[in-house]
Structures are given as C-alpha cells and as structure tokens.
Design a protein around this ligand. Structure first.
Ligand code: PLP
Length: 375
C-alpha cells in the first residue's frame, strides 16, 4: 500500500462500486438501476462515483439537490439524472436546460417547473412523487390526484413531460415490517390513479425500491431500483448479512506523534481515559470536524500496528489518541479506521454499530479536509 502524502485520506475502490452496482442489477433483471450519488456520493466523491456507477451498469443517477445534478453535468456526465428535493429558489431553468429530471409533489411546483421550462424553451422531465406512508416528501393520498391532474394539464401544453411515478419506503430495512406491504398497496393505488388520468404510458418509470428493497423485496422493484448505500458496498439490512457487497471506502490516517507517558496519565479533554501503566500513546490526526463522531470517545476501534486499539479518551476537533501499550509506534505509521475488514480492521458497519447509528452516517460525515483517493 502506498504511503499517503496526507495526514489522512479516504481511499475509494471504484472497482468495488462497479461490482456492487453490477450485483444490484442482477437482483433486478429487466429493471433500470439508479444509483443515488447525493451527499458527495455518500462521502465517496460525487463525480467519481457517478462515473463508476454508470460503468457498473447503472442507467441513471439520483441526486438530492439540483446543484448536485448540475455538478455531474458539468463533469460531462450525460446519463439521466433525477433531483428530488426542490426547495424554493432552486435553479429550475438551468436544471431543465441541462436535462436534469425533477421531482414534484405539489401542484404549485409543477407550475413553477412548467414556467421555467417555458423560459428554457424545452419540456421539463418530471417524476411525480406519492407519499405512500413515509410522511416525508411526496403528495399525500388525498392530494395525489390533484397533483397528477396539474401535471397532465402542463403536459398537454407541452411544458412538462411526466416520465416517472415514484415513492419511498419508511421501513424497507426492517424485514417483515407491516408498513412495507401497506406502502406497496398504496403505491399501486397511486399508480392506478395516475394511469386513469393518462400519466401511465409505458415510457413512464415506476420506482420505489431503495437498497434494502432492491435486495429483499422482489415485488418492489417495478421499473427501476434506486440504490444508495449498497452501491458503496455497505449492507442496507446488516442483520441479513452483507449480500456479497464490498465496502468501497477505507479511511486511513498517519500517526502524527508517538510518545511514552507514565501510568496514571489522563488522556485528552476531560481525562476520560487514564493510562493504567507506562505506555505509548499515538496521536491520530482526524477529529469530529472530519466526521469522527464525538460519541466514538473511548468507544470505536482502529487498526494500528496490526492490532485493534480502542480510541483513548475524547475525540477532539482535529485529533484523537490511541494507547499502544508497549507495542512499537512511530510518526508516519498508518492507522486504518475502517475498511472492508480484510486486514483485520473494523468495518464502517462496526463503527455504526458501536456508535448506535447507520453506515450512511459514518461515511457521509467524512469531512472536506480528508482527500478522496481513487484506485
Ligand atoms: C437516499 C435515497 C435513496 C437511496 O437509499 P439507500 O437506502 O441508501 O439505498 C433512494 N431514494 C431516495 C429518495 C433517497 O433519498
């Protein structure tokens, strides 16, 4: 492994992303695959992950915000891209000019999109979103038909083209949760309403399945799966195993300082860790500003000198300490915080489990000071 020239870096194996996307496609034969590259490709890098996903066989990319979609376009990516959170003030005209598909859940937004399309001089490609039980984005069942009617009116005047009908699960990662079937039924109902209103052409893509649904609910795949976390190699349903996915990110740091201290030394802010004998401490130059959650204090493990070490004391803004005992440690030695586990290091899943969170949060929080290095 090459010696990093930076204090810390996130190594991203793009071949893992390609392989994971290919594996996901295999679970949804006949359906399209969209990879969610929002939040800087779940912390792995927006453009690089967009490209790797397309190379792995994804046909579309998903973004939360228009600006993410425009960044992909600026990098030369021409595949269809959907942006699904459209707060007031988004650059809709620019998005339409750049052929970014837009989600809408309220008639007023359909109108705004149609007006922007008029200015852009081309029809806007729109996915209508139904709230089937998550109670987050999407039109509630009572409002769905009005949304569809407004979109069809705008389609008739040539400013809008309805190209998708979609929804999102609340509990697809909880196998057997009763809301799953309820949402599928509600989605069928929404599709029936849309089809009756003429929005159900064969070119219209119906999609509801996130990673968990793509891997565990064949009946949810419809025309497209919309996968995020699994594409990065992290299990959407950890209690069911890893599904053969390969984690793409390895987070490494170089020891900035190693020193001997006596027994009874209080380590880091608050002295939450006290050495029980004379020992070697190592300073790892990553902190909560880099996404190492402060809750990892005295909790999460790293691999250093070939062995697991628990973080010793408070995670600080830019650094934390590890206790090496009498094992050798020198400035420049590499520490692995998490990776695919093949060298004995923790995985992002272990970090998530030990911190009471999900891997999505572990990887997306890695901060902008940490360069992403691709291999
Ligand atoms: C993030 C996101 C996804 C991907 O979810 P995963 O659980 O990471 O697969 C799919 N759809 C929407 C609307 C999302 O916001």
């Amino acid at each position: 492994m090459s010696f990093p020239m930076t204090p810390a870096e996130a190594r991203v194996d793009l071949s893992a992303i390609r392989d994971n996307v290919a594996l996901l496609r295999g679970h949804a034969p006949g359906a399209e695959t969209m990879v969610a590259v929002k939040a800087d490709g779940y912390g792995h890098g927006l453009v690089a992950c967009g490209r790797a996903s397309l190379e792995g066989g994804a046909t579309r990319l998903g973004a939360a915000y228009v600006r993410e979609a425009l960044e992909l376009r600026a990098a030369g990516i021409t595949a269809p891209i959907l942006a699904w959170i459209i707060p007031p003030g988004e650059p809709l005209e620019k998005a339409i000019e750049q052929d970014v598909e837009l989600s809408a859940a309220i008639p007023a937004l359909v109108d705004e999109i149609a007006e922007a399309a008029g200015r852009a001089g081309r029809a806007a490609r729109v996915h209508l979103k139904a709230d089937t039980g998550l109670s987050r984005g999407g039109a509630a069942p009572a409002d769905w038909s009005a949304l569809v009617d407004r979109a069809m009116a705008r389609q008739a005047d040539g400013t809008v083209e309805v190209v998708g009908l979609w929804s999102h699960f609340a509990c697809a990662d909880i196998p057997g949760h009763p809301s799953i079937e309820a949402q599928l039924t509600a989605f069928d109902d929404a599709l029936a309403v849309a089809e009756k209103a003429g929005a159900g052409g064969s070119h219209v893509i119906r999609h509801i399945a996130n990673s968990a649904a793509a891997l565990t609910l064949p009946q949810a795949r419809h025309d497209m799966i919309r996968t995020g976390i699994a594409a990065y190699g992290l299990s959407p349903v950890p209690e069911l195993g890893d599904f053969g996915l390969r984690p793409a990110m390895t987070l490494v740091a170089r020891i900035a300082l190693a020193k001997r201290v006596p027994a009874g030394s209080g380590v880091s802010y608050g002295h939450l860790y006290v050495t029980d004998s004379e020992t070697t401490l190592g300073l790892v130059p990553l902190g909560y500003a880099d996404g190492i959650l402060r809750h990892a204090t005295n909790q999460a493990e790293v691999l250093a000198g070939g062995r697991r070490r628990r973080i010793a004391g408070r995670v600080c803004m830019d650094q934390f300490m590890i206790d090496m005992g009498d094992d050798p440690l020198a400035e420049g030695d590499e520490v692995i915080l998490f990776g695919d586990g093949s060298r004995g290091e923790p995985t992002a899943q272990e970090w998530a489990d030990s911190l009471g969170t999900i891997t999505h949060e572990i990887v997306t929080r890695i901060g902008s000071r940490v360069p992403r290095v691709y291999r």
